[in-house]
Design a protein around this ligand. Structure first.
Ligand SMILES: Nc1ncnc2c1ncn2[C@@H]1O[C@H](COP(=O)(O)OP(=O)(O)OP(=O)(O)O)[C@@H](O)[C@H]1O
Ligand SMILES: [Mg+2]
Length: 307
């Protein structure tokens, strides 16, 4: 099987955003005046970002035979993400996140994980999931798919590097529960809050050190408008963010992950990879949604040639 640069493994969702006159409480009625839909999921966003940068990428995940499932697959194909590893369930619903946004900007979110949470290890083609330089993991809401991720990383050949963005959902599980994945992780990319949830250390530098001592090779701690902090076995650097006009930070972390992985795939050191992560994230937040601002390889090359 020809080798890909990265394969994502995480939840696949269609994000449905409803603008409403106000968020209805129980027994109340409200009305929708605008509606938009976009494909999402953290690892999925990261794979799309890598594809825009010219990387060969694929995905392991699950959708149902419904309109959302077709939309998720079509979108991946449009973005040149290989879909051979996506299982299509004959029953159940594809993952959805329904967001209701009131006029004041307040949001109510309803997550329907659907078949995302029903991924079994025997549905995954282990040879396919191993045909990559990086297997990139993001979280699932339910236990079954988490167990499957643990089972898959256990079976991966040593030449496949695991990259891992735990998000708050997995960080909250704590170190003991997450250790089977962390012990196999080469590159971990949490934000500072997630480091605290996971390690109990509010000082992200101390938390990062603890994870390095757990065996993680490289950590990039995402610090929002403060950039990132990258750590390897014998070095650490604070990497300055890029000053941009912020439009929407949705998916900033996912875009960062893509830039950081791209840097490592290109043989850059961790400081340079952190800078590329910050750059890709900074482009993403200048446009609405998780994907519309993502840069192309040409834009990144232009940036690298002038920086
Ligand atoms: N205001 C900002 N200005 C410049 N860069 C930013 C800003 N906010 C975020 N970034 C960039 O985006 C990266 C990721 O953002 P953040 O630290 O919020 O990650 P996150 O909490 O994982 O995000 P997400 O909500 O997407 O999961 C940062 O490391 C930084 O490079
Ligand atoms: Mg994040």
């Amino acid at each position: 099987m020809s080798k890909l640069d990265a394969i994502g493994f995480g939840a696949l969702n269609v994000d449905k955003l409803f603008k409403v006159n106000r968020i209805a409480a129980a027994e109340e009625e409200s009305y929708v005046f605008d509606h938009s839909e976009a494909c999402g999921g953290s690892a999925a966003n990261t794979m799309v970002a890598l594809a825009r940068l010219g990387c060969k990428v694929g995905f392991v995940g699950k959708v149902a035979s419904d309109a959302e499932g077709r939309m998720l697959l079509q979108d991946f194909r449009k973005e040149a993400v290989d879909t051979r590893g996506v299982t299509v369930a004959t029953t159940g619903r594809s993952g959805k996140v329904m967001g209701f946004v009131g006029k004041g900007g307040k949001r109510a979110l309803y997550v329907d994980p659907g078949v995302n949470d029903k991924i079994k290890l025997d549905e995954i083609d282990c040879a396919y999931a191993s045909s990559t330089k990086f297997l990139h993991l993001s979280s699932f809401a339910g236990k079954q798919s988490f167990e499957t991720q643990k089972g898959l990383v256990e079976r991966l050949p040593a030449k496949v590097k695991v990259s891992f963005d735990p998000g708050a959902l997995y960080a909250r599980l704590g170190l003991t529960k997450l250790r089977p994945i962390i012990n196999k992780t080469s590159v971990m990319m949490p934000n500072a809050g997630e480091i605290a949830l996971l390690t109990g250390k509010t000082d992200y530098k101390a938390g990062a050190r603890l994870l390095i001592d757990e065996g993680v090779e490289v950590l990039a701690v995402k610090l929002g408008n403060k950039g990132c902090y990258v750590v390897g076995r014998d070095e650490s650097h604070l990497v300055e963010p890029f000053k941009v006009k912020v439009v929407d930070t949705t998916g900033a972390g996912d875009a960062f992950n893509a830039g950081f992985i791209f840097g490592l795939l290109s043989g850059k050191n961790i400081k340079e990879a952190g800078k590329i992560g910050n750059f890709v994230a900074s482009r993403s937040i200048t446009a609405m949604g998780a994907r519309s601002g993502l840069p192309t390889l040409d834009e990144l090359k232009k940036f690298l040639s002038t920086s």
